[in-house]
Design a protein around this ligand. Structure first.
Ligand code: G6P
Ligand code: ZN
Length: 542
């Protein structure tokens, strides 16, 4: 039976960079989940017997919300829901299922790389029929609806069990529970040369994939160990856990320190990688080298043609504005276009749909292609492996060779976390106020050539996004970008992105901290970071 239940709006259900993210106790407030889901269903208005994909990264509260989503989908007129077994679907696998099964959309439950558990983070995101995150116009319409919602619809019977593959019914709706891995693994096998990668591994090439007790464990085990023949145990922390084993499933130098340490040792594996909570991010580590996401994007763009799916070449590349400009140099050489978008994977969707770009990436460890409409951690790992299998060089050799060919873009991101929101807003506002007078100003040995507040006009649908980050460009190509994170759940996170291009090969081995020292100190003075936030050091440097 369908019940209509009265509710009251919450005023804080505005989706951020990637859906609605809050702490679990916040989500557990009465009807908090229901309100957001109903507002989503009302906005997309797609109940008409269509198909909805439901799944998440398996974190604490995932199962409860999967069950609620199934019952609400049944009450909102969907004909079928496709649910990952155990409520599990990595974000790219969910994107693939939406596309492959012609679904109207999907509900993806994740707070990505943020910690989980009863006091950890949770998130709900709606993806549209192309498999990608809902664009701004949809997320703002959802937000508007949450502000005035008065009732939601839910099926009174409990949701069927979803721990075993099979079909059930809830009212008129079919609940199809699927293996979360197989379709995705098949897609990877179509894109990449598995026999070649297998031959590389059979020849003694060793690897380690750290799934961080998050969603990619079963995906990586099936693909790397079962299908590609990597030794058992090559995938570590492979069992997904509700609290990620107490860890922080963010594949960066801090949280993937064990992997990096293993890769720095002489007798470590040849290739190391990690992914995040929901499987869309990636970290690539070679023997003695951590590849920055911006460099990884550039290397992948330059070598993609070595994998079967991209043999014809790539149509164009896109990167978020704060991502380093290393990939732009590759695109120039290939004679293809680079699109510069605001932070957030959703901005790539239209470009991918229109065939303008094939490969996209962000400094925040996301890389992907037109095979789905999300960034994809395991895909990035496989493209690297395919390239390594073709070139038979080390990761380090490939990256250093890339720098010799294109020059090196030194890059760092400095994060100042849990800054008082007013202070962070004040800092950004003050920068914006000073933009007009900045060009021509000298800081140390550098002169500002351009300064603006980034805005983006989508070339396909003409929509405009403003206030996407302050960019200060210096003559000679150095650049500092300031923006506030859209994914934090406590206070504000100030991100400062610093880069400098170096063409001189004798300098390519310099430490980034030194190569960027002058810009780092300019960032503090021009951004008034210390003065306004009291912080002398960033919390994290990536
Ligand atoms: C999520 C989004 C990415 C974005 C990242 C950082 O992972 O999917 O597209 O780059 O968050 O966003 P933030 O607003 O925290 O810098
Ligand atoms: Zn993620």
């Amino acid at each position: 039976m369908i019940e209509t239940i009265a509710t009251r709006p919450y005023d804080d259900q505005k989706p951020g960079t990637s859906g609605l993210r809050k702490k679990v106790p916040h989500f557990k407030q009465p009807h908090y989940v229901h309100n957001f889901l109903q507002a989503t269903f009302d906005t997309v208005g797609r109940g008409d017997l269509e198909t909805l994909v439901i799944g998440g990264d398996g974190r604490y509260f995932n199962r409860d919300v999967v069950a609620i989503a199934i019952r609400m989908a049944a009450a909102n007129g969907y004909g079928r829901v496709i649910v990952g077994q155990g409520g599990i679907l990595s974000t790219p696998a969910a994107s693939n299922l939406i596309r492959k099964r012609g679904a109207a959309g999907g509900i993806i439950l994740s707070a990505s790389h943020n910690p989980g558990g009863p006091n950890g983070d949770f998130g709900i995101k709606y993806n549209i029929e192309n498999g990608g995150p809902a664009p701004e116009r949809i997320t703002s319409a959802i937000y508007e609806k949450t502000r005035s919602i008065e009732r939601f619809r839910i099926f009174s019977a409990p949701a069927p069990e979803f721990d075993a593959v099979g079909e059930h019914r809830l009212g008129d709706m079919v609940v199809e529970v699927v293996d979360p891995v197989s379709d995705y693994a098949d897609l990877m096998e179509e894109l990449f040369d598995f026999p070649k990668i297998r031959a590389l591994i059979d020849g003694g090439f060793t690897l380690r994939f750290d799934a961080m007790h998050a969603v990619t464990g079963p995906y990586a085990t099936e693909i790397l160990e079962n299908r590609l023949g990597a030794a058992k145990g090559s995938v570590v922390n492979a069992v997904p856990m509700e609290d990620f084993g107490g860890g922080h499933p963010d594949p960066n130098a801090v949280h993937a320190a064990n992997l990096i340490a293993a890769m720095m040792s002489e007798d470590g594996p040849d290739f190391g990688a990690a992914s995040d909570g929901d499987g869309d991010r990636n970290l690539i580590v070679g023997k003695g080298i951590v590849v920055t996401p911006s460099d990884s994007l550039a290397v992948l763009a330059a070598n993609a043609h070595l994998a079967p799916a991209y043999r014809q070449g790539i149509a164009g590349v896109a990167r978020s504005m704060p991502t380093s400009q290393a990939v732009d140099r590759v695109a120039d050489k290939l004679g293809i276009k680079t699109f510069e978008t605001p932070t957030g994977w959703k901005y790539f969707g239209n470009l991918l749909d229109a065939g303008k770009v094939t490969i996209c990436g962000e400094e925040s460890a996301g890389t992907g292609s037109d095979h789905v409409r999300e960034k994809d951690g395991v895909w990035a790992v496989l493209l690297w492996l395919n390239i390594l299998a073709e070139r038979r060089e080390s990761v380090r050799g490939i990256v250093e060779g890339h720098w010799s060919e294109f020059g090196r873009t030194f890059y760092q991101r400095h994060d100042f976390e849990e800054v008082d929101s007013d202070k962070a807003e004040g800092l950004m506002e003050s920068l914006r106020d000073r933009l007009a007078s900045m060009a021509g100003q000298r800081f140390g040995s550098l002169v500002v050539s351009e300064a603006d507040d980034f805005s983006y006009k989508d070339p396909i649908d003409g929509s405009v996004a403003t206030g996407q980050g302050v960019r200060i460009v210096f003559s000679g190509g150095g650049r500092i970008v300031f923006r506030l994170s859209g994914t934090g759940t406590a206070g504000a996170t100030l991100r400062v992105y610093i880069e400098r291009y170096e063409s001189n090969p004798d300098r390519h081995g310099d430490a980034p901290g030194e190569a960027l020292a002058e810009l780092i100190s300019i960032a503090d003075s021009v951004g008034e970071i210390r003065r306004r936030t009291g912080r002398t050091e960033p919390d994290v440097i990536t």
